[in-house]
Design a protein around this ligand. Sequence first.
Ligand code: SF4
Length: 616
Amino acid sequence: MYGFHGRLLQIDLTSGKSSQHELQESRLRAFLGGIGLGTSLLYDYAPPGVEPFSPDNPLIFTSAPLVGTGLTTTAKFGVITKSPLTGFIGDSLSSSHFALELKRTGVDSLVITGQAASLVYILISDQKVEIRDAAHLRGKSPNETQAAIRAELNSPTIRVAAIGVAGEHRVRFATISNEGRHAGRGGAGAVMGSKNLKAIAICGDRVPLVCDSDGIAVIATRLRQRSLSSLTDKYRNIGTVANLAVFNRLGVLPAHNFQQSTFDDAEALSGETLSETNFARRHGCASCSIRCERLFKSLNGEEQRLEYETLFALGPLCGIKEPEAVLQAARLCDQYGMDTISTGGTLAWAMECAEKGLLPEAQNFGLCFGRPEGILSAIPIIAARQGLGALLAEGSRRAALEIGGDSSDWAMHVKGLELPGYEPRGLKTLALGLAVSPRGACHNRSGAYEADFSGEVDRLQSDSGRGALVAASEDYAAVLDSLIICKFLRKCFTDFYGEAAELLNRVTGWDCSASELGQIGERIQVTKRLFNQREGWRPQDDWLPPRLLSEALPTGVAQGVALTATELKEMIRGYYETRGLDENGLVPLKKLRELELFKPPADGIKSCQATKHDGY
Ligand code: SF4
């Protein structure tokens, strides 16, 4: 087999045993790697109905066919588990040297199950697995953990992915971090913490053969050249923080917990201003020619990585206008290992509760819109689950259910995952994308907003045709996330499916066509829905928070524009129709057969929801 090892390593932390299993080529061709492979493995390895913090919930790391080929932006890996925030699929990507090293371990995936009796870390080196005591690493940040493990092993280049204090305390939006990058959304770090697993340290020297290295080199050169052209100007010039000023101008910058759609102090926080006043340096993931990362300097001279979502969530969403406060809050989130979007979303919810007299503890704590001290004091207590922090560590949906009143109306989430920094009322294709996304309010598993921003559709109007746009965008994202290629390279393809199929074939020796690749994207998406259905998804889970459907856009150029429940329902109907789902959003048997997701047992099948597919 080319491009893959064809092996999976399962590590059971309860028994301390590990075993290798074959990964059949048919499964790899059906799901590729990254998010696709992880989705397929989660379906098979997670017992139906498993609790996210149960030892039986698998924590799955996946590599992908393009990793390690030298192609720009492909040094990435997937982390897939049942999310403790949503109860559905939690699929994240992270990047850089850990991804390259994972590929060299000689397996395509790690499946970690069980729970260690005390805090441990896993060392995978020279094809051996060791489970080591990590008591001395308790309380350390991911960076400190990496430094300590490197010193202990006398190995300055060993790659480490670790949780911080938030993961140790099962904060439901804890991250798994490596080299300043994060498997960020959905709480994979909390699952890792529930297994008493502080870190995974890896080094290896096994690289799978590729079928046509000369052919890959030609394409790699072409893509690299394109990646340095005007097609990626935004990412190379200012980075994603450039979004803030643009979104503000378009009236789609959520502020004050989505009570405003513009931010009065946007200029003070804009990427342009930050670049002038706080710029430290440009950085990037391993094997990347775009290098979109921007590090900004705090007053004390410390450098902090900042991207748009962090800037939005810890800035305008919480009414914070001081760049210094946002940089400090971002540093705390990185240090404790917490998703910045869910952290900002949950804090903004608490601020609104305090403002409306529902959460006096938050008010006493100083959690008010626009007050930096409040968020800077709150982040550490969330990470440690102390006092009010124990409530906020549950995320906005659970916290709202706990305190009751109208507070659920102000919890801005889909399926329990807090909303990213795009205002759905002014980006109606995105609104649909968020509502139906299997992992909750996610802007990464579909790029539905592109149709809105490109002018391809009227972003302030809706129609049932948006379903087709969202489905196509999800399939496209699924292929990118499974090959894996960074989304910031997407504009460098002129015929994405054709070029990506050629790339995949040169790596694997397959004869995958552009249309087969498209079908793989669809298969991955449908398998995510199948997983969610098995885990209790209901039609009302494909929906948006009440505020977005009851209040018109309050500020900005699109002030007064509303998104109604009828509009959303019609767009969802169009989406289900395009996807070939039934009117309740369930995956019918016909679709399973069409996507070869299912081998019918001899005695026939009554319901696809209850049926575990049995591989390829
Ligand atoms: S473009 Fe940015 S996120 Fe993508 S691989 Fe490069 S540095 Fe990483």
